[in-house]
Design a protein. Structure first.
Length: 472
């Protein structure tokens, strides 16, 4: 984990050493609350939650009832234990419910509990109690919504601010613009931030994100490399660069980045997972299985991992493809016990049947999935199951049914439809389908079709460039 620059100063190190010596000797002494808060936040940043809470508890011993300290303890308890009820109980110990730190924490817990609208109304109501810090208040509230990707409310609260040159304002505006797919505007805000702080890893990572979503992968890699030049061990920058290289099908470069991630963060499953993914894309099943199994073993140490279902899904398909039916069934049982949508299990069963050339049984499973969750997302994943197993004509037909009944703002699947047309040798329909795919989903178009064009060709140039000749 990358430390905040404030933790690398001589002043902070002196304070930290003094505190740790005090704890080691079992002594008691008077401390400034801000110093103890810095120490607690340092421990939180290096994933030492018990020590972080210990520093806050010591501060509360010196400053009992402090709203700021109780609010911080409540937040840290939630982050370390993922227990919102316990965190709220700690916050309820605050007596002055008008205190701004209490207000921030209470509103944040509403957002965590998926009540963003309620939090917005609460912040509105409490604003009159903090008119003397109006500008700080609106930016702090915007930051809370931004931290949880509630961008609609971020935009609303930023509109109240007059601090348009403030770094927090500029950064959040950039994130709002990225969320609204206004990447050029976002890049403008980030340029201003980098001009002010050229050695900020946070801003270079944000620039990499904006370029990635704008399909400027080369510029995104450059931004990530600037971030890594400043902090060679920065996790976000390393993963950003690797993701771009993987999107460009530079598998060797991507794997090197993910191998470094494995070295720096050996308890994380992410590096091994994406190394496995890179080998899957190269059709190297044996290497893919080795690394995905490693990532799964790391997931077992972290039951909260959001990647476990994906890893199990990949492993069961790989084992099924190489004829190891028993192992595939074991992974399917593990996946069935997870919290994954039950229709997904039926789709996966259908995929396994397609892998075994049993279309009739696959169709039964897909029908069961659609009966359980009859929506466009389920239909899309059924189409992908056929596509991934090279049933292009069937996938094309399902995609066309999906487009017929989906909402106007549906953007997924058009590039896959184009690829089906290509694989079936219908180049007239391919160009017509590609034209629409480019309008609605550039990133999907690049992911699905980039291997048909010379390396470095941008999606918007696909119509001007002849794809690789289809020999079918």
């Amino acid at each position: 984990m990358t430390l905040d620059n404030s933790f690398n100063t001589k002043h902070f190190r002196t304070i930290l050493n003094k505190y740790e010596n005090m704890v080691k000797k079992g002594e008691k002494s008077f401390w400034d609350s801000d110093d103890l808060i810095d120490i607690a936040e340092y421990y939180q940043s290096i994933d030492e939650p018990n020590k972080a809470i210990g520093a806050i508890d010591y501060a509360l011993h010196l400053y009992p009832g402090s709203a700021e300290l109780l609010a911080l303890k409540a937040r840290m308890t939630y982050y370390s234990e993922n227990n919102l009820t316990k965190a709220q109980a700690i916050l309820n110990q605050v007596e002055d419910t008008n205190d701004v730190e209490y207000v921030y924490a209470k509103g944040e817990f509403m957002v965590i509990g998926h009540h963003a609208k309620k939090a917005d109304l609460y912040f509105d109501k409490m604003m009159s109690h903090h008119e003397e810090i109006f500008e700080d208040y609106v930016l702090d509230v915007a930051r809370i919504f931004c931290d949880y990707q509630e961008m609609e409310y971020v935009e609303k609260w930023l509109a109240l601010s007059n601090l348009h040159d403030d770094n927090d304002y500029l950064e959040m505006m950039a994130r709002v613009r990225i969320n609204n797919d206004d990447f050029e505007s976002a890049i403008g805000y980030i340029d201003t931030l980098i001009d002010k702080e050229p050695y900020s890893v946070t801003y270079w990572n944000l620039m990499a994100k904006a370029h990635f979503h704008n399909n400027d992968l080369s510029d995104s890699i450059t931004a990530s490399e600037y971030a890594l030049a400043i902090d060679p061990n920065n996790e976000e920058a390393l993963l950003n660069k690797a993701q771009n290289l993987l999107s460009l099908k530079n598998f060797d470069g991507a794997i090197k980045c993910y191998e470094k991630h494995c070295q720096l963060f050996p308890e994380s499953e992410i590096g091994e997972m994406f190394i496995g993914t890179a080998y899957v894309q190269q059709n190297n099943q044996n290497e893919a299985i080795i690394h995905l199994e490693k990532s799964l073993s790391l997931c077992k140490k972290d039951e909260q991992s959001v990647n476990k279902d994906y890893i199990l899904h990949e492993l069961l398909l790989l084992e099924n493809n190489r004829g190891n039916r028993q192992k595939a069934e074991e992974y399917l049982k593990m996946l069935s016990k997870s919290k994954t949508n039950k229709s997904n299990i039926d789709i996966i069963k259908g995929e396994l049947c397609l892998g075994n050339d049993d279309q009739e049984k696959a169709s039964i499973h897909f029908q069961e999935a659609l009966e359980k969750v009859p929506n466009t997302d389920t239909l899309f994943h059924v189409a992908l199951a056929y596509y991934d197993n090279f049933y292009f004509e069937k996938a094309k037909g399902i995609l066309e049914l999906l487009f017929k009944y989906s909402d106007e703002d549906w953007t997924e699947g058009y590039a896959y439809h184009s690829r089906c047309c290509y694989e079936m040798g219908d180049m007239t329909m391919y160009r017509k389908s590609l034209e629409h795919a480019l309008k609605v989903n550039l990133s999907e178009t690049m992911f699905v079709l980039s291997d048909l064009y010379p390396e470095g060709t941008k999606p918007e140039d696909y119509l001007k460039t002849a794809p690789i000749s289809n020999k079918k």
